[in-house]
Write a protein that binds this ligand. Structure first.
Ligand code: ZN
Length: 320
């Protein structure tokens, strides 16, 4: 690890000297920090990878809380290579594994929580992943659900089948998606379903100096809801989090987060009307002075080797 870091240093310093002059903010998105790599979740980092991500961040970038970063941006005073670290959804591993690593490097992050899953809830996508993982046998027959008949005879096939099903049902009507999720849930042992934060863990995250943001109550695709339903999702979530943490919740992240696809202009207005100071999408990019504070772009780090990770992050500051 150390020699790899050294070998990227020279290149980074060349890029950094160029990007240092620009007032830009890179906001990273994570969801989970796994105990160890998981073939069913190839897109998620584990403790080991997250540790070197954070080591590199603390060493070569200026990591700020979202609150401080936006304040500095208002004052036109962002440091060079400014970064915010964010987590979406509210997984227990954010408290169990991410927090100690963030603390080790003295970094603050913001956690966007869908409060409807606190204390034993499970999101539909996790029902699918854990369901496919735990189903017995080599075949998964979902012809009754009009999803097909799948070969799940090895780990690689299971991972691919889960991915296919997730893509197929992602934008289904919510009740239909719920029906699918309930079916998959029936295959999951209790221990594998307890993956979200408890209220106690959420409080401890907050007490440790981490920032907590809103992410709707049940993580719907806002664009599929009526205005009244969408407003309840946004409003209730904020009230519940403020009640638990006894503080004002100032930042919001749109579930799934693709503008025009997952949320619409009316949802941006709802977020504003609910007194959020800023909101984050998942549109790829870096924030600059022209960015809409209610639709800030983010960046998902997915590289598994430090050089590529550093290079892609450094290059992202050069993009619009
Ligand atoms: Zn989310």
């Amino acid at each position: 690890m150390k020699h790899i870091v050294r070998s990227t240093l020279k290149h980074l310093s060349t890029i950094s000297s160029g990007i240092g002059k620009q007032k830009k903010l890179l906001i990273l998105i994570y969801h989970r920090v796994l105990d160890e790599p998981d073939f069913m979740r190839p897109g998620e980092v584990d403790k080991n990878v997250f540790t070197w991500h954070m080591e590199l961040m603390s060493r070569y970038f200026n990591v700020l809380s979202l609150k401080d970063a936006l304040k500095k941006a208002d004052e036109d005073n962002l440091p060079p290579r400014a970064v915010c670290i964010t987590f979406d959804d509210g997984y227990a591993d954010n408290y169990l594994y991410a927090l100690p690593i963030l603390n080790k490097f003295g970094l603050e992050a913001t956690f966007f929580i869908a409060d409807g899953f606190l204390d034993g809830g499970i999101m539909w996508n996790d029902c699918v992943i854990e369901g496919v993982r735990n189903v017995q046998g080599d075949k998964l027959d979902l012809r009754d659900f009009k999803l097909g008949d799948f070969d799940i005879s090895n780990d690689e096939k299971k991972a691919r089948v889960a991915e296919t099903i997730l893509k197929t049902i992602k934008h289904c009507e919510p009740n239909q998606r719920k029906e699918y999720a309930e079916y998959f849930f029936s295959f999951i042992p209790k221990s594998a379903s307890e993956i979200m934060l408890t209220t106690g863990q959420l409080r401890k995250l907050h007490e440790s100096g981490m920032e907590i943001g809103g992410h709707t109550k049940t993580h719907p695709i806002l664009a599929t809801l009526t205005d009244a339903q969408a407003n309840v999702e946004i409003k209730d979530n904020k009230q519940v989090l403020e009640g638990i943490l006894e503080t004002q919740i100032n930042f919001f992240a749109y579930p799934n987060g693709k503008p025009e696809h997952d949320y619409l202009p009316e949802h941006v207005q709802m977020v504003k009307a609910n007194n959020y100071q800023a909101a984050l999408s998942t549109l790829w990019g870096v924030m600059d002075n022209n960015s809409d504070r209610l639709q800030l772009p983010r960046f998902t780090p997915w590289d598994s080797v430090p050089e590529k990770f550093m290079l892609r992050i450094a290059n992202s500051y050069l993009s619009k």
